[in-house]
Write a protein that binds this ligand. Structure first.
Ligand SMILES: CC(C)(COP(=O)(O)OP(=O)(O)OC[C@H]1O[C@@H](n2cnc3c(N)ncnc32)[C@H](O)[C@@H]1OP(=O)(O)O)[C@@H](O)C(=O)NCCC(=O)NCCS
Length: 172
């Protein structure tokens, strides 16, 4: 079945919200689990927009929190699809925090998720390809296959010997 390819901008999802006192850890910084929930929803909406299907989280491939985010801060999560395979797609979230006084936007972390589009029976279904447009999108698209292979190895679904793209990273 032919599905019309889509651009990353077609499914981009942005979520901006305050950090409220009930969402913090004992240091009054944003609790990691709260940020993960925001990221998960944002990435899930991107996956749904790209596929127009129910998408389930197959794997959280990477999460990095690079900066504590204080109570009262304004946090933004931007989720973009980097690559679609057959039935699975990789979505990357970039997290930023806004300085209250200057308005400066600072990077606060990133996350990489793998979703699988499924039908009403929970069976994986084919999804549209992604066409990267910007240089950043092209780089993320190119690296996504390596990340997929690593994720499959860690999940016990692929033998390291078969991860040709990943091996090339170390041998080239
Ligand atoms: C995700 C799920 C649908 C995959 O089902 P499956 O029968 O194993 O399907 P397949 O083996 O055909 O894999 C489907 C796709 O997922 C990819 N995939 C599966 N596990 C993966 C992993 N750990 N990392 C990366 N990709 C993975 C496969 O490579 C395949 O990709 P492709 O078709 O694009 O090449 C199934 O495992 C599931 O329903 N898991 C639970 C999901 C869920 O409930 N998430 C929420 C948790 S709260």
């Amino acid at each position: 079945m032919y599905l019309t390819p889509k651009y990353p901008k077609d499914s981009i999802t942005t979520h901006t919200d305050f950090v409220l006192p009930g969402e913090t850890n004992p240091l009054n910084n944003l609790f990691g689990g709260e940020l993960l929930a925001r990221i998960d929803k944002c990435c899930g909406i991107t996956a749904r927009r790209h596929t127009r299907r129910v998408c389930v989280t197959a794997s959280v491939n990477h999460v990095a929190f690079s900066k504590p985010i204080p109570s009262g801060a304004v946090v933004t999560v931007v989720a973009k699809v980097s690559r679609a395979f057959n039935t699975s797609l990789e979505v990357i979230a970039d997290i930023t925090v806004e300085d209250r006084e200057t308005g400066e936007i600072m990077n606060a972390g990133s996350a990489i998720y793998t979703f699988v589009a499924v039908n009403d029976m929970g069976t994986p279904v084919q999804i549209p390809e992604v066409v990267p447009e910007t240089e950043d999108e092209r780089q993320r698209f190119a690296a996504a296959l390596r990340r997929k292979q690593l994720s499959l190895i860690l999940a016990g679904r692929m033998k390291p010997h078969d991860a040709t793209e990943l091996k090339a990273l170390f041998t080239e």
